[in-house]
Design a protein around this ligand. Structure first.
Ligand code: SER
Length: 444
């Protein structure tokens, strides 16, 4: 089932259960000082949970554009290296604002997954909140009582607060949650190690697909929990992960969501994507992921810049450019061309892409050209340094290259190691320390 159909099945199902289908909020947040980017579907509904605004539709569903690159939910370091983390991802969600609660949320999630998406029941596992002494909360036996008629009891697993108590941030709406995990390993692997032992163990093929949060509390600045005026449902299902399961793939990047761009990158680089963890494959994953994050940000009004949210976007785009430069040997601007493919693939569902397609391409192209010039100059300077440095490069020079030319330290390290030159790290570390307030390097 292609990603567009996956969305449609989700919306049709929740519309049939009385939900209003609403648009995604912008991915860039302008009116909440605690947040730069939308990192969960519930962000736009925070005030409804807290009782600060009036509920118009007590049941809604949508697909929310999320970006997790800063703050509490931060996956940036994993992106492209493994096969299932992303900067930007779509979160399919259904909400109840003081309307239905645990029973319906659980039963409908199960019905949708097993009867409409037709996932095999014996690949699914459920987790629930085991309680927490510090917060004075009991185990969520109520959730268990609704799961028991649906799934074998030995597939229901108690987990602690880290995994099964969802919080928006340091403060704000929160509550116990119940997650649905899927085991997409081969039958042979499943026969050797039961999936149950791999749930929440960072296994790339035993992964969480849907989180059902039972919002009941507001976490206060003093860490205490205040009951919310009403009880609510907030669910979030990763579209890309669901696509992996439904398209019989073992990597999100092998689904239509990313293959569309990876095919183009293959053509451009004349290299084949091998689905391995070689740097070349990581680069293709990084570019196909980052293209989405950057394009959607620009469509939502956040351009790359030197500070705040704009700097986050610049870092993401530069990371993609650098991977293309270093590992795919692409030395000219090309990511902006891929943005046209993104508009083609997702523009129907997200009209902001179509509306801003020229701006997106223009901004990415300028950014690519500027950074490629930086890389070019840096490499020339590095050659001069190598010519005078024997087999050890002074760390202070590597720092100056970064500080003056904006040349990424890790690229210096990579080129140096290719030449068999080592970097004297002590002066490099000292230079960074003495410039504490400098921007964080693009890659550490
Ligand atoms: N807020 C929960 C999450 O982000 C469920 O939507 O996982």
């Amino acid at each position: 089932m292609e990603s567009a159909k996956i969305r449609k099945v989700f919306f049709d199902f929740f519309a049939s259960k009385g939900h209003e289908i609403v648009a995604s909020a912008p991915m860039v947040v302008k009116d909440d000082p605690t947040l730069m980017f939308t990192n969960a579907g519930m962000n736009q509904f925070k005030d409804l949970f807290l009782g600060n605004s009036v509920v118009k539709d007590p049941r809604v569903a949508n697909s929310q554009k999320c970006l997790r690159v800063s703050g509490k939910h931060n996956d940036l370091e994993e992106v492209g290296v493994d096969t299932y983390h992303h900067t930007m991802f779509e979160m399919l969600g259904n909400w109840s604002f003081g309307d239905y609660f645990k029973k319906e949320a659980i039963e409908w999630a199960w019905e949708l997954l097993t009867e409409h998406y037709k996932l095999e029941k014996d690949r699914l596992y459920i987790t629930y909140f085991e309680g927490d002494k510090e917060d004075g909360l009991p185990a969520d036996e109520e959730a268990v009582s609704y799961w028991k008629p649906l799934i074998d009891e030995d597939r229901i697993i108690a987990c602690d607060k880290k995994d099964n108590f969802w919080e928006m941030g340091e403060t704000g709406p929160c509550g116990p949650c119940s997650e649905i995990h899927i085991d997409i390993r081969s039958d042979a692997d499943r026969a050797v190690t039961p999936g149950k032992e791999l749930v929440n163990q960072d296994h790339p093929q035993v992964i969480e697909i849907w989180n059902l949060v039972f919002m009941e509390f507001n976490r206060m600045a003093d860490r205490s929990l205040m009951p919310l005026p009403n009880k609510h449902i907030d669910t979030g299902m990763g579209l890309e992960r669901l696509a992996m399961a439904l398209q019989d793939k073992t990597s999100n990047y092998d689904t239509d969501v990313f293959q569309y761009y990876i095919n183009e990158i293959e053509k451009k680089s004349s290299k084949k994507y091998q689905q391995s963890d070689s740097k070349q494959d990581v680069a293709m994953r990084v570019i196909s992921d980052h293209l989405r994050a950057v394009s959607f940000s620009i469509a939502d009004g956040q351009l790359p810049s030197n500070s705040g949210a704009g700097y986050v976007i610049r870092r993401i785009l530069r990371r993609a450019i650098r991977y293309a430069f270093s590992f795919l040997d692409i030395k000219e601007a090309f990511i902006y061309e891929l943005s046209a493919k993104l508009v083609e693939h997702m523009g129907e569902f997200f009209p902001e892409l179509e509306k801003n397609k020229d701006l997106i391409a223009k901004v990415i192209k300028e950014e690519e050209e500027g950074f490629l010039r930086t890389l070019d100059k840096g490499i020339q300077r590095l050659e001069e340094l190598f010519a005078n440095s024997g087999d050890t490069l002074d760390g202070k020079s590597a720092f100056e290259l970064y500080d003056t030319y904006g040349f990424p330290i890790d690229l210096t390290a990579l080129i140096a190691s290719e030449r068999g030159v080592s970097i004297d790290e002590q002066p490099l570390i000292l230079s960074f320390r003495s410039k504490r307030n400098a921007h964080v390097p693009l890659e550490r």
